[in-house]
Structure formats: structure tokens, C-alpha cells
Design a protein around this ligand. Structure first.
Ligand SMILES: Cc1cc2nc3c(=O)[nH]c(=O)nc-3n(C[C@H](O)[C@H](O)[C@H](O)COP(=O)(O)O)c2cc1C
Length: 179
């Protein structure tokens, strides 16, 4: 079984990257694990043209397809996202917008294989869990329209830098036990 762990932050060495590393370490005895960063991929913004509503394809050809091939490879997808202005970072939102060809609200639409399980982890600097729930909610909304089953979520408040993740290792390991 394959697990894909996504750093949804553009920062490759920050708190999100550290959580991705810990999740990958926890999952690797059980899964063949791959980690990616949203910033590894170059792609344009959705133009809102809706061509994909009739063709199930985007008019742009770029590295969205490469990241979607990682989704296809994975049985389990763990998206780890910081809160940027109380939601997912723009880079990740831009990717989700570009996944409209795979969105199940129009016919025809492209499909990834069924049976995938999705997990969402949110982190933020502020203290209120409500904002983490907003971030995990955005991820789960995306999973839902790709027919990826939402299987678990974790919110981590009061995290700013990589160093603040140290105290949260047990919480992250606990969460990973259900995956
Ligand atoms: C552009 C930007 C916007 C942010 N907005 C929020 C916010 O609205 N609420 C919050 O609690 N933290 C906010 N943060 C803090 C991040 O969620 C937090 O530092 C997180 O650990 C960043 O992880 P990263 O360095 O891996 O991207 C923001 C950080 C940045 C860079």
C-alpha cells in the first residue's frame, strides 16, 4: 500500500515540512511512503473557462498532471496544511482549482481510481481550533469532490516554526496510528 504525504505550504524547511517528515516516518513501516511539496510543481491558475465541464480536460498542460499521477499512485493521501489567513495557502488552493476536471459535480469528469483514503492535518500559530477546522474543512471539501474518503483530521494550534513541532510529536504519532 502506498501513502502520499503532501506539504501544502510553499516552505520546504518549516513547521509543515517537519510534520510531513514525522508523518512519513510514522507511516513508513506500514506503507511505501512518498512526500511532496506543493512548490515542487509548476502550474498556472485555473482560468475559469469551464472547458473541462464538457471535455473533462484542462486547456492548460503543466505539472498538475504530475501531481495527480502521485494521487493515482497513492492508496492513502495525507495533506498537511498551515493556515495562511485562516485558510489553505494560495499555492494549494491554485492546485485545487486546477483539479476541476476531476470534480464530480459535472459530467463528463476525469476520475482517479476509487477506494482512496484521505487525511487532513492543519497547523496554525494562533490558539483557536476553529481556524484549524476551517483548513481541514477546505481539504475535506476537495477530497469529497474527488471521491477520496475523508478518514481523519488533526488540528495543531500554537505552532509557528519547526522548533514548535517538537512538543507535538506524541500527538502526531497518535494520529498516525489510525492511518
Ligand atoms: C502568509 C501567512 C499567513 C498566515 N496566516 C495565519 C493565520 O491566519 N492564522 C494563524 O494562526 N497563523 C497564520 N500564519 C502562521 C502559520 O500558519 C504558521 O507559522 C505555520 O507554522 C507555518 O508553517 P510553514 O512555515 O511550514 O508554512 C500565517 C503564516 C504566513 C506565512
Amino acid at each position: 500500500m502506498n501513502a502520499l504525504v503532501i506539504n501544502c505550504s510553499p516552505v520546504r524547511t518549516g513547521a509543515t515540512a517537519e510534520i510531513v517528515r514525522l508523518v512519513s516516518e510514522q507511516l513508513s513501516p506500514k506503507y511505501s511512503t512518498k512526500t511532496v511539496c506543493i512548490d515542487d510543481y509548476g502550474f498556472g491558475f485555473c482560468k475559469g473557462c469551464r472547458s473541462c465541464h464538457t471535455t473533462a480536460q484542462c486547456v492548460q498542460h503543466d505539472e498538475v498532471d504530475l501531481l495527480m499521477s502521485e494521487f493515482e499512485w497513492a492508496d492513502v493521501i495525507v495533506s498537511v496544511s498551515p493556515s495562511y489567513w485562516a485558510d489553505i495557502p494560495g499555492q494549494f488552493k491554485a492546485f485545487i482549482d486546477r483539479c476541476t476536471p476531476w470534480c464530480n459535480t459535472h459530467e463528463p469528469h476525469a476520475c482517479i481510481s476509487p477506494g482512496k483514503k484521505g487525511y487532513a492535518i492543519a497547523l496554525r500559530t494562533g490558539p483557536s481550533m476553529k481556524e484549524c477546522e476551517k483548513v481541514t474543512g477546505s481539504i475535506e471539501h476537495f477530497y469529497g469532490h474527488l471521491e477520496i474518503e475523508c478518514c481523519g483530521r488533526l488540528g495543531l494550534c500554537s505552532v509557528e516554526f519547526k522548533e514548535s513541532v517538537k512538543d507535538r510529536e506524541a500527538e502526531i504519532a497518535d494520529f498516525c496510528r489510525q492511518i
